[in-house]
Design a protein around this ligand. Structure first.
Ligand SMILES: Nc1ncnc2c1ncn2[C@@H]1O[C@H](COP(=O)(O)OP(=O)(O)O)[C@@H](O)[C@H]1O
Ligand SMILES: [Mg+2]
Length: 266
C-alpha cells in the first residue's frame, strides 16, 4: 500500500469511477469516469449547471456520492468495495484524506468571525497539529506570497473581494495540500483585479507541483496553466485533450459550440 505522499505511487491522484450524483430525482452526474495524475493541472469546462462545482464538492467530501467511487492516491474517499459490496469509508478515514485537499471557492467562504491570521492558522493548528508559532510564521509567508502582507489582523468584511480571495488562497495553501481545487475563483471579482488574482495562481502553478483541478471561464488562464482541459456536458466528459488542441481544434461539436459562445462573450 503506497503511503499518501509516495511520489512513486502509480495511482492517479484523483480517480472518478462510475460516479453518479443525484439531487432528489435530478441526475447531475452519470457514469462519470476520469483521472488526474500527480502534478497534473486539469481544467474542467462546460455549460453552467452541468455539474462542475458538484464534482469539486464531491472531491472535498462536501457532497454525498450517490453511486460509484472516488479514489485519492488509490485510497477510497467516500465508498469502497468490501466483499463485493459498496460500503462507506469511515468518517475518520475520510477526514484524514480530506486534509490533503484544499479548495478555493467562488464566494471566498472565509470565516467571518475570525481575523485573516485565524482563518489561515485554524486548520494547520487544529487539524495538522502545528504549533501556533509555526502556523503563524507560515501564514505570514503566505500572506506575503499572495500580496496582502499587511492584512493579518483584518477581518474579512474589512477586505475587498480580491483581498479576500488572496486570503482564501493562502488559507488553502497553509495546509500544504497535494490537491488544490479552484472553483471559478475570479467570477465574483471586479474585472480589474481578476488578472492579479490569476497571477497569484499562475505563480503557485509554476513554483509547486500541487495537483490542480480547476473550473474557470478564464480561457487564457486555462490555456496557460493547464496540462489538460476536459469538456464536460450532460454529466460526462465529452472531450479531454491538451489546451492547444481543445482551444484551436476541438473534435467534439459540443465543445466547439461552447467555446465559441464563451469566447464571443469575453
Ligand atoms: N444542493 C443542491 N440541491 C439541488 N440541486 C443542486 C444542488 N447543488 C447543485 N444542484 C444542481 O445540480 C446541477 C449542477 O450544479 P453545479 O454543479 O453547481 O453546476 P456548475 O458548477 O457546472 O454550474 C444544477 O442543475 C444545480 O441546480
Ligand atoms: Mg459552478
Amino acid at each position: 500500500m503506497p503511503t499518501p505522499t509516495d511520489p512513486h505511487s502509480t495511482h492517479p491522484v484523483i480517480e472518478f469511477r462510475d460516479v453518479e450524483k443525484h439531487f432528489g430525482d435530478k441526475t447531475v452526474l452519470k457514469d462519470l469516469n476520469f483521472s488526474v495524475e500527480r502534478g497534473e493541472r486539469v481544467t474542467l469546462i462546460g455549460p453552467s449547471g452541468s455539474g462542475k462545482t458538484t464534482i469539486l464538492r464531491l472531491v472535498m467530501t462536501l457532497e454525498e456520492l450517490s453511486a460509484g467511487y472516488i479514489y485519492i492516491d488509490g485510497q477510497p474517499l467516500a465508498y469502497e468495495q468490501r466483499n463485493g459490496k459498496r460500503m462507506p469509508v469511515s468518517s475518520r478515514e475520510q477526514k484524514k484524506i480530506r486534509t490533503r485537499i484544499g479548495m478555493v471557492f467562488q464566494q471566498f467562504n472565509l470565516f467571518p468571525n475570525m481575523t485573516v491570521m485565524q482563518n489561515i492558522t485554524e486548520a494547520p493548528i487544529h487539524v495538522l497539529g502545528k504549533s501556533k508559532d509555526e502556523a503563524t510564521a507560515r501564514a505570514r509567508e503566505l500572506l506575503e506570497q499572495v500580496g496582502v502582507p499587511d492584512k493579518a489582523d483584518a477581518h474579512p468584511t474589512q477586505l475587498s473581494g480580491g483581498q479576500q480571495q488572496r486570503v482564501a488562497i493562502a488559507r488553502a495553501l497553509a495546509m500544504d495540500p497535494e490537491i488544490l481545487l479552484l472553483d471559478e475563483v475570479t467570477s465574483a471579482l471586479d474585472p480589474e483585479v481578476v488578472g492579479d488574482v490569476l497571477q497569484v495562481l499562475r505563480d503557485v502553478a509554476e513554483n509547486t507541483n500541487v495537483t490542480m483541478l480547476i473550473v474557470t471561464h478564464e480561457m487564457s488562464f486555462a490555456r496557460d496553466v493547464s496540462h489538460r482541459v476536459m469538456m464536460f456536458d450532460g454529466g460526462k466528459v465529452v472531450e479531454s485533450n491538451d489546451p492547444e488542441t481543445i482551444f484551436t481544434n476541438p473534435s467534439n461539436e459540443r465543445t466547439r459550440q461552447f467555446l465559441s459562445a464563451v469566447l464571443r462573450d469575453s
